[in-house]
Design a protein around this ligand. Structure first.
Ligand code: ADP
Ligand code: MG
Length: 424
């Protein structure tokens, strides 16, 4: 298929250039090849199937591991003018699901969880559709060596056969050679074209320092930022620490300092983000809630005040430095006690136990599925707090469209327990 990819990129997405790897993957996909694309987080893996879907017509199926990821994607796509997009998920009630099912062929992008894909009726419907591309997002979930192994992912190969073998695009940010091989084996596609673009940021120097106490870390930050005045992000594993240190830095440095975390009002959060983008702030003390979708090119310093809970989030966060290609520094400060941190859930990112009870009794009384926004507003929850409850409900298998009517007390109890254990 001969298409002007740059024209399509501009027309549908408003971008004038591809990020590294996107164009190669997209060209392969348009030639009908099966592709395994490994691109770093934040590069724009979604575009690798969204653009082909626009160009090819028909329906692109996207297998995605988390309902909340799908719902976010669909929201984002709709707000940027993509109307024929849906996420078939168990948060829909029966009627809504039925409505979508009945006109499934009319959607150009359909997001589905691997579990839901096993639904027989859905499969029958899909068999009669013009499926142009079968995408597996977060494809490391297929592999038992990946860190989110899910067994329904092992049935994808059969489903692809059933759909008369449309081209397959498997995407992930983190896949070791073993995981890559395993993905291809499990999909029974040993010939997949590999497009591997590992994260390689030569302009970011990494430094790790051990300190004896948080106070010592704060002193060190003051020393570093007195010598270097440049756009800086400091990541904390707790909201309290982000605030505390930001006050201290504000008192003792010349720079303009603010804090940012999920517990703040939406409007305050947006203000801080915009001020930082516009260089009206120099230093942001934040939790990992900050940075999603942030595309500030000239961040010179990223400091981690605590050991990050996951390697992936650390990589993603230091990757925010030096996007302009100029030199940048990542500084990880840790104390021995930090080793315990990753095991504990960042307290304030979680809903209070008393809130949980109120949420559950509310959900049980509701007949309609409430909108996320309604629940967050009613219970004054931050997005991450509500997401936590939702994730937990998903994890417990309450994803058959019924959970909102009745959350069994056993599951309610388990969720409360995990809240007590404070696992991230
Ligand atoms: P990933 O799945 O790889 O983590 P996403 O698909 O969520 O990344 O995209 C991350 C961000 O990059 C999105 O805001 C997206 O609009 C943006 N993006 C994708 N491709 C491009 C591009 N070619 N130019 C500029 N921005 C892009
Ligand atoms: Mg993605």
């Amino acid at each position: 298929m001969r298409v002007d990819l740059y024209a399509a990129l501009k027309k549908y997405f408003g971008f004038s250039s591809f990020r590294e790897g996107q164009e190669e993957v997209i060209r392969d996909v348009l030639q009908g090849k099966d592709v395994l694309g490994i691109l770093p987080t934040g590069t724009g893996k979604s575009l690798c199937y969204q653009l082909p879907s626009k160009v090819m017509g028909g329906t692109t199926l996207v297998i995605s591991p988390l309902i909340s990821l799908m719902v976010d994607q669909v929201k984002q796509l709709k707000s940027s003018g993509f109307q024929s997009v849906t996420a078939l998920n168990s948060f829909m009630d029966k009627e809504e699901k039925q409505k979508v099912m009945n006109r499934l062929h009319a959607f150009s992008l359909v997001y589905i969880s691997p579990e839901m894909l096993q639904n027989q009726r859905l499969q029958q419907r899909l068999q009669h559709m013009n499926i142009k591309l079968f995408v597996i997002d977060e494809a490391h979930c297929i592999s038992q060596w990946g860190h989110e192994f899910r067994t329904d992912y092992l049935k994808l190969d059969q489903t692809i056969d059933l759909l008369k073998n449309p081209p397959v695009l498997a995407l992930s940010a983190t896949a070791t050679p073993e995981v890559q091989q395993d993905i291809m084996n499990k999909l029974r596609r040993p010939h997949m074209k590999k497009r591997i673009y590992p994260m390689d940021k030569q302009n970011i120097s990494l430094a790790v320092e051990e300190h004896l106490s948080p106070e010592e870390k704060t002193e060190r930050i003051i020393e570093v930022l007195t010598k270097n005045q440049a756009p800086t992000m400091i990541y904390f594993s707790s909201r309290q620490w982000a605030e505390k240190v930001s006050f201290e830095l504000r008192d003792r440095l010349k720079q303009r300092v603010a804090f940012y975390h999920g517990g703040m009002e939406q409007t305050d959060r947006m203000l801080v983000q915009q001020q930082f983008m516009n260089n009206q702030l120099d230093v942001i003390c934040c939790t990992s809630a900050f940075g999603m979708g942030l595309d500030k090119k000239d961040i010179r310093i990223v400091i981690h005040f605590h050991l990050p809970p996951q390697l992936e989030s650390f990589i993603q966060e230091i990757g925010r430095a030096g996007r302009d290609g100029e030199d940048a520094v990542s500084l990880l400060l840790f104390t021995r006690q930090d080793h315990h941190l990753p095991q504990r859930l960042i307290q304030s990112e979680l809903p209070e136990k008393k809130d949980l009870n109120r949420i559950f009794s509310f959900l049980q009384k509701e007949r309609e599925v409430p909108e996320d926004e309604d629940i967050m507003e009613r219970f004054q929850l931050s997005e991450s707090q509500w997401n936590f409850v939702k994730f937990k409900l998903e994890e417990e298998g309450m994803i058959r469209g019924r959970w909102h009517q009745k959350v069994p007390s056993a599951i309610q109890q388990k969720i409360e327990q995990s809240l007590e254990n404070r696992w991230v």
